[in-house]
Ligand binder design. Sequence first.
Ligand code: SAM
Ligand code: DTB
Ligand code: SF4
Length: 331
Amino acid sequence: MQFDELKKLYDLPFFDLIQRSRKVHEANWPENEVQLCTLLSIKTGGCSEDCSYCAQSARYTTEVGAERLMEKCDIMERAKEALDNGSTRFCMGAAWKGVRDGTKRFDQVLDIVESVSELGMEVCTTLGELGEVEAQKLKEAGVTAYNHNIDTSPEHYKNIVSTHTFQDRLNTLRHVQDAGMSVCSGGILGLGETTDDRIKMLEILSNFNPQPESVPINSLVPIPGTPLAESQGVDSFEVVRMIAIARIAIPKAKVRLSAGRKQMSEELQTLCFFAGANSIFYGDKLLTTGNPQSQADLNLLKKLGLEPQKPNRGQDSPEAEDTRPREPALA
Ligand code: SAM
Ligand code: DTB
Ligand code: SF4
């Protein structure tokens, strides 16, 4: 969808907008299910990049210190726990600028992925920049989806990060698609962006061919010590509007209500589910910050008559439409 169409939707009276997004949601996701994904930070902190929201950047003094890559046996234990607790997706995050083929740490990651993928969950990784070869090898090792957020509009991205560019992010996403992995890409609300920046971000995501398989919508968790420590929270209704236009613009994506849920009321999360969110991170920790307790999430889903999504191995990445260029492109 194009910017003007999305902006018109975003500016609709609130009830009109969520009614529209609900219809799209029901047509594409009739099951009343929410996917539970477990996140694990397999390599925490000490990152060379300067993303101004991030607890893991080595450039800021935060409570998070630099740790080594976790041992495979510990990761496997956490992955099995996630499976037993009902997660259908396991996402491993690393605080790296990126990974390079031929390095010891990349070989270690490939070995970890091979073992985790044998458990039968969707396997997602988020390791920073990838080239063509790295993407191909991750796919072969069993990664089904790669998370790499574009985070905001290209214009605003420069104000948030200086150590890599928006185009670098798009290049990685291109390599992910070319290797046949699903793209998981979304953004953060609360980086001091305008509404137009948010809409621009969604315009770009919705014009990927194929469209992303999942779209995380994070609300900034302000981290003491980072440049965005004092950022104002995002208005609740703006979060719901974003979920709604994400659902309309990318109907088949899992729209994942991601960071920031701990600060949200159950009622706000419910509005987000109504408007089109159908996936959450599940477990009491995200990467370095807190998340609602698992039991609280299960209770909420139960109260709403929503089911955790059944395990599925239908993880093939979405097919490209022939009629549109494959390149994720700046509009
Ligand atoms: N280093 C990899 C990268 O940058 O893609 C992977 C990890 S990074 C922490 C993954 C995503 O988490 C970021 O792109 C951002 O959207 C989100 N994130 C990080 N810190 C956050 C915060 N304080 N609040 C909300 N979202 C955050
Ligand atoms: C995404 O979009 N959100 C997740 C996941 N992808 C990797 C990460 C959220 C991180 C929140 C801040 C933290 O815990 O450090
Ligand atoms: Fe590093 Fe990713 Fe954090 Fe940026 S968001 S500082 S690349 S871990």
